[in-house]
Design a binder for this molecule. Structure first.
Ligand code: 3PY
Ligand code: MG
Length: 257
């Protein structure tokens, strides 16, 4: 039986939406605790946090230790960083601000072994996370580990159909904050606005047409509901700080009740 970093594709296959928390606080102890809350995966956000790659490796290990797949939104679409994220055992890599076919081809090249791409071999914690031999890892990794390109600019939206057709790409991940900022020409963050939802429907259509995962950052339960209604099946739910806030609010309410 293979381990956490090869478990995501199967969990997604049912078509049931997978909702996972989005962690930006550095530290393996917290990551390990969040991995025990019952979510089907845990995402680490390295773009908008101070989690560095060393901390990320310990956090991925703590998540995988309880057989939960780790997702990593990397700091930038940099081949070395994408390669390292997978080498440390991430089951899924999400790259921000991928706007053109060329950028997405570079992303896939870093994330997939030949003949699909040019991922370089090494980094043995990935074998422990996948729970397979080196030979099996090489055979299965292109299929089992996932690489998602973020659609969060007007340029990416304009190119979404061509981006979705890049061979080897596994999914599209909408960043609705940046996307709504772009769509409003810098005027507002409007993650649930009508214009944002219409743009996101275009992303779902491109994903469906190419058999890709339609994913997005939702952030709240209302976001999850709105995005699943228009066809998204892989969604970042609460952030770690939002989980704390909600837990505190629920505690205060219980005290009153
Ligand atoms: C966005 O909404 O722009 C994101 O990148 C998700 O955090
Ligand atoms: Mg963004």
């Amino acid at each position: 039986m293979s381990g956490a970093s090869f478990a995501l594709r199967k969990r997604l296959a049912s078509g049931e939406p997978l909702i996972f928390p989005w962690v930006g606080t550095p530290g393996a102890q917290l990551a390990g605790q969040i991995a025990r809350l019952g979510f089907p995966a845990v995402a680490l956000d390295l773009q908008h946090s101070t989690i560095d790659m060393g901390e990320a490796a310990a956090m991925v290990a703590a998540i995988n230790a309880v057989n939960v797949p780790a997702i990593m939104r990397v700091r930038w679409n940099d081949p070395g960083i994408v390669n390292s994220a997978l080498d440390m055992g991430a089951a899924c890599v999400i790259a921000p601000m991928t706007n053109s076919v060329e950028q997405v081809k570079a992303l896939v090249k870093a994330a997939k072994y030949p003949p699909v791409g040019q991922r370089s071999w090494g980094g043995y914690t990935m074998l422990q996370s996948a729970g397979v031999s080196a030979g099996e890892y090489l055979k299965q990794a292109n299929h089992e580990t996932l690489v998602l390109a973020m659609i969060e600019t007007q340029e990416a939206l304009d190119n979404v159909e061509k981006i979705a057709a890049v061979p080897g790409l596994d999914g599209l991940f909408v960043g609705p904050s940046d996307l709504s900022i772009a769509l409003s020409n810098g005027a507002k963050i409007d993650r649930l606005g009508q214009g944002t939802l219409e743009a996101m429907k275009k992303v779902v259509a491109a994903a469906k047409k190419n058999n890709l995962i339609a994913a997005a950052f939702a952030g709240t339960a209302d976001g999850v509901k709105a995005y699943t209604e228009i066809g998204f099946t892989f969604l970042a739910g609460p952030t770690d700080t939002e989980l704390l806030r909600m837990g505190t609010a629920s505690f205060q309410t219980s005290l009153k009740g």
